[in-house]
Ligand binder design. Structure first.
Ligand code: KIV
Length: 257
């Protein structure tokens, strides 16, 4: 089976059909997602919450990211695996950006990295692309800036904020990114950016007019005890199903003699 390349992902924009992508953080779920022919799997730094139980994406380390990236890369046979760069693995310097992105590709087995920001990370993206490391951008709500943004809120509601997000998305494209995640921005703004850019936009909480969509795997299957965010598309409550199985198993053992 031929693995998807960044060119395959770029071509999805031309097809005009919306495409679905998902996050994954472990071998089994990555196998399930990969076998559903999802073209891109993001090993998101949302692993900080889903895998390690932190409150935000801020605490996850490179070492913790690397473990989940490796597991997903081993499972994915057809999808492009994109590894998120954790907080402070690229903001600190261009040297750190190259070293840490290189580690996610070389030791993690990912085919690309994702980092948050627009104009302020233009140089970082340009350098990675120059050194042969494909980059997926991420603008709008950037969860690593949780404190600066005063929490998780829709971004780009005023004309000034909207203009800044358009400039950020254009900067990401001009720097050479092969796509950009648009997180939690108004639908009309996401549509405008999608029309302006030549690279695919992948939306989350930004309406249906992006080229593709991304969701957190745990949210769509209802695997977490905590309520999923408002923008999540939740199809089931696997948490309670697993809980019932565990309770059933416990009772079977206790009643077996
Ligand atoms: O970390 C993550 O899961 C993400 C997606 C929400 C885009 O960045």
């Amino acid at each position: 089976m031929k693995r998807k390349t960044i060119q395959d992902i770029k071509n999805l924009k031309k097809s005009k059909l919306p495409f679905a992508t998902l996050t994954a953080y472990d071998f089994n779920s990555a196998q399930i997602i990969d076998s559903a022919d999802i073209p891109l799997i993001l090993v998101g730094d949302s692993a900080s919450m889903t895998m390690y139980g932190y409150d935000t994406t801020i605490p996850i380390s490179m070492e913790e990211m690397l473990l989940v990236v490796r597991a997903v890369s081993r499972a994915a046979k057809q999808a492009l695996v994109v590894a998120d760069m954790p907080f402070l693995s690229y903001q600190t310097s261009i040297e750190d950006t190259i070293k840490n992105a290189g580690t996610l590709i070389k030791n993690g087995g990912a085919g690309a990295v994702k980092l948050e920001g627009g104009l302020q990370v233009k140089k970082h993206i340009q350098t990675l692309v120059d050194y042969g490391i494909p980059v997926l951008g991420h603008v709008g709500l950037t969860p690593q800036s949780y404190h600066q943004l005063s929490g998780y809120k829709i971004q780009g509601k005023t004309p000034e904020e909207a203009q800044k997000i358009i400039s950020d998305a254009r900067a990401v494209e001009n720097a050479g990114a092969f796509g950009v995640v648009l997180e939690c921005i108004p639908e009309i703004l996401a549509k405008e950016i999608t029309q302006q850019l030549t690279i695919p936009t992948i939306g989350i909480g930004s309406g249906n007019n992006c080229d593709g969509q991304i969701q957190v795997f745990h949210d769509i299957i209802g695997l977490s005890r905590e309520k999923a965010p408002k923008h999540a598309q939740t199809y089931d409550n696997i948490y309670s199903k697993i809980q019932n199985i565990v309770t059933q198993y416990k009772s079977d053992v206790e009643n077996s003699s």
